[in-house]
Design a protein. Sequence first.
Lengths: 237, 100
Amino acid sequence: MKFAVVVFPGSNCDHDAYHVAKHVLGAEAEFVWHKDTSLGGADVVVLPGGFAHGDYLRTGAIARFSPVMQEVKRFAAAGGPVIGICNGFQVLLESGLLPGAMLRNRSLQYQCEHVFVKVEQTDTPFTLACRPGQVLRIPIAHGEGNYYAEPEVVARLEQNRQVVFRYTTAAGEPAPEANPNGSVNNIAGLCNESRNVVGLMPHPERACELALGSADGLVVFESVVKAVAEGEMSVRR
Amino acid sequence: MRARVFVTLKPSVFDPQGTTVTEALHALGFDAVRDVRQGKYFELDVDAASVEQARRIVSEAADKLLANPVIESYRVELEERAAQPAGAPRHPAAVAEATK
């Protein structure tokens, strides 16, 4: 069971993800430089948070062309589990692995706080160990997390049950006041149609140990360990 | 060939920065300003044999990188430049526009 954590110039949550995989879960983990052309035989790929290429032009717009992204696309097309967290989610959007785009937060402020996120779907490799409707308390830290897609795209996402995480109150209500950035339909995270690629703005990797104020994010990583162990996500290599 | 690319959010997309600038202008007394949409502006120096070729190259660059078609649209302006020493006055032999 091996995690590949992709490192772009400007990634800054790569070590958090590596720490969770290696030291909290006891799995193998390896950093993969963005210019690498191999994922090193990993079972899971993490695109971490940060400011890849300084967020120049648009968040994720340059990272999308990094050589490793060709491998990530191949891995995803073969059914391999890929998670993009925060900036990693923005990279997935820019690269077309997930639909939609990010706008500046409605507040125009960099929002850095713990929020409540409801797990809407448990049939993805990153949520299968969650209870249906489980509410996680995990942090966000972003300036551009205001998810946008054309209304017909959003309708299709809802119909296909591709909205995996939604900003809610502690009780799991998707209220406007629980929406930290203005995302359409309180969307915090999505999956692709084949459900193996997941992106979310909140940071589960920063909430995997009680010493950090919450361990609610751990279930995301435990889920994918379980998914790989059960062989549901075996990738032909 | 000099190309200018103007990238703006699509009209249907909410522009939080433009809205904030509008509010700031109103606070300063610019009540005549009804709305502001903020965008990006690029100047490209392009090697191309014709305006048409330059437009093709620049439009492809905008489609692939400069604009995100999910939220943004762009407009291209082209200006043919004769080979002149730097600083010499330019004669815009042809100005062409394309909008997408």
